[in-house]
Design a protein around this ligand. Structure first.
Ligand code: SF4
Length: 393
């Protein structure tokens, strides 16, 4: 494939020293896809040549009521929905116990955005359990799971205040908060985030900054294909890059492709095309050469092997026990299949903790009990000890 000189020079700089935002716009717009992917793969191989990781997890769908209304979402339920989830402590523990039996290491706690602000039912439920907020309940359920099973909690409960994050820091090894996009335009009338104040990029960025000030390892990322322009996508990647340059706390960036779902406001909206999505993943690697870049393998099963070529080094959480409650129509592939695909591309698959080795070893965990439990699972490299997973197999 012939490429023009300017693109060639930019790719050379990308491999040597990174790109500017203007260069990233141009690469996204003009670089042939195979060339872009090859460059991204080479950048990944420079820093992470051998290992592609995943996190062996259980998905604890704590409460799926939500104050906001994103037009692509099927996770959020109403109180009358038969799929409503409001887990009591014994249900939480049953899921975590099942995870322990399958040698999971991550307890992923997920909730909608501040459901108690909108639903009396949530307020009554929390009161009946002696809690005043969803975050307080997450704190105690994380503690319960940690102490009873040793699974390491990681929470994604939307935009949190600094005080709330500081509380969760004591029982969670890391937190998750998708930026999704830095474009305010997607909050305008008729756009996906019109009725989702927590998706205001200002609010999300403030939460990500708070996590940085607290030195909490945080997972963030983009939802690709919800109406952003190419420039929006690059701008969003640079927002994350700048946050990480300032605080050094972004442990991974998830690139997730939008897929339309029935009975949502975006049911007729076209999905992110495989080519656009692969280009977006490659640009994430090019913009952030040293970052952990993750794509979930279940959302686009036909092309998930191509993500390795596009520069990823992580598959995210895969559960041998629970479904993906955010995308239940997309089952996770078996870990064996993910291993085979990873090895067919010349990489080794390893299980990681819900905190990446650099952060585990870098003093980011301040809670002694979290340190103690993490050290029981991790090996010297900071990944999951192989004998933890394969004992009694
Ligand atoms: S904030 Fe999350 S749970 Fe709530 S509607 Fe939006 S995507 Fe769904």
């Amino acid at each position: 494939m012939l490429i023009n000189q300017a693109i060639g020079e930019m790719l050379h700089r990308a491999l040597e020293s990174g790109v500017t935002k203007t260069e990233a716009y141009q690469l996204m717009a003009e670089c042939p896809t195979d060339v872009l992917l090859t460059a991204a793969g080479r950048i990944r191989d420079r820093t992470r040549p051998d290992i592609i990781t995943y996190s062996r997890k259980v998905f604890i769908n704590l409460v799926n009521l939500c104050r906001d209304r994103c037009t692509y979402c099927t996770y959020k339920k109403e109180p009358s929905d038969p799929m409503l989830s409001m887990l009591n402590p014994s249900q939480v523990l049953t899921i975590a116990d099942a995870g322990k039996k399958f040698r999971c290491t991550e307890a992923l706690f997920v909730t909608g955005e501040r459901p108690e602000q909108k639903y009396e039912q949530t307020r009554t439920w929390l009161r009946s359990l002696s809690y005043s907020s969803t975050v307080e309940y997450i704190y105690h359920m994380s503690e319960l799971v940690l102490e009873k099973t040793g699974l390491l909690p990681h929470t994604n409960a939307g935009s949190l205040t600094k005080k709330e994050m500081s509380m969760l820091q004591d029982t969670n090894v890391s937190l998750g908060l998708m930026l999704e996009t830095s474009s305010k335009r997607l909050m305008e009338k008729g756009m996906p985030h019109e009725n989702a104040p927590s998706k205001n990029p200002k609010v999300r960025i403030k939460s990500l900054e708070s996590a940085g000030e607290l030195r909490i390892p945080i997972t963030t990322g983009l939802l690709v294909g919800i109406g952003e322009t190419h420039e929006d996508l690059i701008d969003s990647l640079f927002v994350i890059r700048q946050l990480h340059e300032k605080y050094g706390h972004i442990q991974e960036v998830i690139m997730q492709n939008f897929a339309p779902k029935r009975e949502t406001g975006m049911a007729e909206f076209p999905p992110a095309s495989p080519e656009y999505f692969l280009r977006s993943v490659a640009m994430a690697r090019i913009v952030m050469p040293d970052m952990n870049i993750q794509v979930p393998p279940n959302l686009n099963p036909d092309i998930f092997d191509h993500y390795i070529s596009a520069g990823i080094n992580d598959w995210g959480g895969i559960s041998p026990v629970t479904v993906d409650h955010v995308n239940p129509e997309f089952p996770w592939p078996s870990i064996e299949l993910v291993r085979n695909v990873t090895e067919s591309k010349g990489h080794k698959l390893r299980a990681r903790l819900p905190i990446y080795p650099k952060f585990l070893k870098g003093g980011f965990i301040t809670s002694e009990r979290l340190q103690k439990h993490a050290s029981l699972i991790a090996d010297n490299s900071g990944l999951v000890r192989e004998e933890y997973i394969y004992v009694n197999d």
